[in-house]
Design a protein around this ligand. Structure first.
Ligand code: ZN
Length: 183
C-alpha cells in the first residue's frame, strides 16, 4: 500500500499574491523536506492539489478571484515546484477530491494513507481530509507544514491552527504530527 503526500495550494497567489498568507511561509521548508524524502521512499507518491479556478467557480464568491487556471498565481511557488514523477491535480473547490481525478489516482496507486500539508488547515486541508476519511483512507496532518489563513484574524493564528488540528483529530481520527515525525 502507498502513502500520498498531498501538498495543497502552495501557489503564488496563496503565498505572496492576492491571498498572501504570512502564516504559510514557515511551512515551505518542512513541505520541501517532506516532498524530497517522499520522492526517495518506496510506496510514497507526491501529489500537488492546486487550485485552478475558472470564472464563476463557487469559491470565488468567498475569496474573490485567485489562482485562476493558467495564470502565474496558480503556479506552485518556485521553492516547491513539482518534479518529474510528482502528480499534479488541478481542483476548482476546497477538497482535492471534488470533481478531480484524485480518487482514481489513489486507486491506481493503492493509496491507503494521505499525509496532508499546505493550506488552509481549516479549509482545503479539512475538506480533503473529510473526503479521505469517508473513503476509508487514513489521514495524517503535519502541524508545522500546514497553516490557516492569517488575514482572517492575524491575532489568533496559533489558536485557529490548534482548533483546526483538534477538529481533524476529533472528527477524522487524523494523526497530528510534526514534519520530523513523519518518516
Ligand atoms: Zn480556491
Amino acid at each position: 500500500m502507498t502513502t500520498a503526500l498531498v501538498v495543497l495550494d502552495m501557489l503564488n497567489d496563496f503565498i505572496g499574491g492576492v491571498l498572501a498568507n504570512d502564516a504559510a511561509r514557515p511551512t515551505i521548508d518542512p513541505i520541501g523536506r517532506l516532498a524530497e524524502r517522499a520522492r526517495s521512499t518506496d510506496d510514497w507518491i507526491v501529489v500537488y492539489a492546486n487550485d485552478a479556478h475558472h470564472a464563476d467557480d463557487f469559491e470565488l464568491e468567498v475569496f474573490g478571484e485567485h489562482a485562476m487556471a493558467g495564470t502565474p498565481g496558480a503556479q506552485v511557488v518556485a521553492e516547491l515546484a513539482p518534479r518529474d514523477g510528482d502528480i499534479v491535480v488541478p481542483k476548482r473547490a476546497y477538497s482535492a477530491f471534488t470533481a478531480t481525478d484524485l480518487d482514481m489516482t489513489c486507486r491506481v496507486h493503492e493509496v491507503d494513507r494521505l499525509v496532508v500539508v499546505g493550506q488552509h488547515t481549516d479549509c482545503c486541508c479539512r475538506h480533503t481530509s473529510y473526503d479521505a476519511f469517508v473513503r476509508g483512507l487514513d489521514v495524517t496532518v503535519v502541524s508545522d507544514a500546514t497553516a490557516v489563513f492569517a488575514p482572517f484574524d492575524p491575532d489568533s493564528v496559533t489558536q485557529r491552527q490548534q482548533l483546526a488540528l483538534d477538529y481533524l483529530r476529533t472528527y477524522y481520527a487524523a494523526d497530528i504530527v510534526k514534519a520530523d515525525e513523519v518518516f
